[in-house]
Design a protein around this ligand. Structure first.
Ligand code: ATP
Ligand code: MG
Length: 561
């Protein structure tokens, strides 16, 4: 086995086998087939990366197909969002397709099936049909309508199509095998009546084809060679093939359905239906709320497309379902942003420091490196003056030797600036510290080359000059659910695990280079984490979303609980 073969996943092995068996490479075609009934989530990203990744590897076209057969749940807004997300992830589709474009063809094929005695109209109630289905160990019973004449079926089906019957009153069923060990083969429904406008076909159709009837035939129409779907469709494969065999014409590509495991992410839910509930109930502020596991939520949170692609690649494709810890996703974005994000300073929980030996009214512009990981990122100037902010947590009046930040009588270096020593602090009537008085060592300026500038002190703090600070709204997020697998409990609903403290909004102070920023820009706030400019920002008033911290502190916090 060559190196390449050894590293192939099982999906790639299937394709390789087909090619080795004579399937022409030039006829490979894949598709990503979302239903436009919600926004795409991180689970979909796996499917997108799989299908479009195969397209790139095999130099084969990939269609974006909207599986839009249920007008009750589908909307144009979702179509637009899905296109935006796939594009943003960095993929280009060959054709933009819609199952609804095939409604006429599907109808014509259904008529053919009726003529061949392979489909019939059933006007029993859905309850009666369900009651006749049998169980996996007990065969089903035939519908009293199973042996209607072809003429009668054609007439009824045509009248269904014309809109003569009420919603739900009749269905078209495939006539397969009521005793099949595969329950899905027991005369499955192909069409239902639904008087509801469709976002693309309007009121053209009072009947809608069901998923099983639509999916394989759509693949067939588009000449998709390999149709990869998630494991819950494994039992549907037999039906997929039955339907295909009934329309197949010699010489055309016969699509092959194969299944891979759904990807689940910890501390969230990856299901459009459940995510819709969070939106509808106002648990989050829309589909692109930065706490959502949607592609649009992750984008707004500050995730890069590269980090999501890398996450999908890292977890790979599996045959069995499992839960992927969200800290892996966080690792991927941290790794990417470490290379790309410019470093800046901002203080989120400020306390004022007065440098008593620094001349009042004086200021100087200090040199700061934009990204130590990327020399080409260059340098910038940051202002320093007598009054600065540091983080409240970075100061203690007294602390043991392990506290490397500022304490009375102790020294720290201010990043890109001087060494300061805490002399005293001022408190209000309630005992809260309002000001820390420090002195600085004028010879210790970073990068000045003096002996003092090289002097080692244990701690380095970030800071912002008070007079030049830009006020910013900072949105800090925590896990949306407190449980690793909120929808994995038999006796509890996932809504019971909503984290009530998943959003924390504060006012922070940033260095002046952050006064004018644009939506989507990403920064590393030194010592704090990665932050991304939110679209709610206004000129001079930036709003930042915390993407992720610098270290995996979540796991440690959990240990302490
Ligand atoms: P949801 O329950 O969230 O609506 P779905 O499977 O019904 O998911 P579709 O729009 O039908 O959503 O999915 C489009 C494609 O993405 C399908 O091929 C589906 O198998 C795949 N997919 C959906 N969810 C996941 C997931 N969690 N992991 C991997 N692939 C997924
Ligand atoms: Mg679905």
């Amino acid at each position: 086995m060559s190196e390449k073969e050894r590293s192939l996943n099982f999906i790639e092995h299937i394709i390789e086998e087909d090619i080795n068996g004579g399937f022409p490479r030039g006829k490979l075609r894949f598709r990503f087939p979302p239903e436009p009934n919600g926004y795409l989530h991180i689970g979909h990203a796996s499917s997108i990366c799989l299908n479009f990744g195969l397209g790139l590897d095999y130099n084969a076209p990939v269609n974006l197909r909207f599986d839009d057969t249920n007008p009750e749940k589908e909307e144009q807004e979702y179509v637009d969002a899905i296109k935006r997300d796939v594009e943003w992830l960095g993929y280009e589709w060959d054709q933009e397709c819609y199952a609804s474009d095939y409604f006429q063809q599907l109808y014509d094929w259904a008529v053919e099936l009726i003529k061949k005695g392979k489909a019939y109209v059933d006007n029993q109630t859905s309850e009666a049909i369900a009651a006749q289905k049998g169980t996996p160990t007990r065969p089903g019973e035939d519908s009293p309508n199973r042996n209607r004449s072809v003429e009668e079926n054609l007439d009824l089906f045509e009248r269904m199509r014309k809109g003569e019957f009420e919603s739900g009153s009749h269905v078209l069923r495939a006539k397969i095998d009521m005793a099949s060990s595969n329950m899905l083969m027991r005369d499955p429904v192909m069409y239902r009546i639904l008087h509801k406008d469709h976002h693309r076909t309007g009121n053209d159709w009072p009947i809608y084809p069901l998923y099983d009837w639509t999916h394989g035939e759509s693949d067939y129409i588009e000449e998709v060679s390999h149709s990869f779907c998630t494991l819950e469709f494994a039992m549907h494969r037999e039906l997929y093939e039955w339907f295909l065999d009934n329309v197949y014409e010699e010489g055309r590509v016969k699509p092959k359905q194969r299944e891979f495991a759904r990807r689940n992410l910890s501390h969230t839910v990856v299901s459009k239906r459940k995510l819709l509930q969070l939106v509808k109930e106002g648990i989050v502020n829309g589909w692109d709320d930065p706490r959502m596991p949607t592609i649009s939520g992750l984008r707004r949170r500050g995730y890069t497309a590269a980090s999501i692609r890398n996450f999908a690649k890292t977890i790979g494709i599996a045959k069995r379902e499992n839960l992927i810890d969200v800290s892996l996703l966080e690792f991927c974005v941290r790794e990417d942003l470490n290379k790309k994000a410019p470093r800046v300073m901002a203080v989120l929980n400020p306390v004022k420091v007065v440098i008593t030996n620094y001349p009042d009214g004086e200021k100087e512009w200090l040199d700061a490196e934009n990204n130590p990981e990327d020399e080409s990122a260059g340098h910038r100037k940051i202002p320093f003056s007598r009054e600065i902010y540091i983080e409240r947590e970075d100061f203690r009046e007294q602390a043991n030797r392990k506290f490397f930040r500022l304490k009375l009588g102790g020294e720290v270096r201010l990043k890109n600036a001087y060494i300061i020593k805490a002399e005293d602090c001022v408190k209000d009537s309630e005992g809260n510290i309002t000001e820390i008085h420090c002195t600085y060592d004028p010879l210790s300026k970073s990068g000045s080359g003096t002996e003092e500038s090289m002097r080692k002190v244990k701690g380095t703090l970030h800071w912002v000059a008070v007079k030049h600070a830009v006020e910013a709204e900072i949105r800090v997020y925590d896990r949306l659910f407190t449980d690793p697998e909120p929808d994995g409990h038999k006796d509890k609903d996932y809504m019971e695990f909503i984290n009530p403290d998943s959003l924390n909004v504060t006012t922070g102070y940033a260095e002046p280079s952050l006064k004018e920023v644009s939506e989507g820009e990403r920064y590393q706030f030194q010592r704090l984490g990665y932050f991304c400019v939110d679209r709610d920002s206004e000129p001079g008033k930036p709003v930042f979303n915390k993407t992720v911290g610098l270290r995996d502190t979540w796991a440690k916090l959990q240990d302490k609980k």
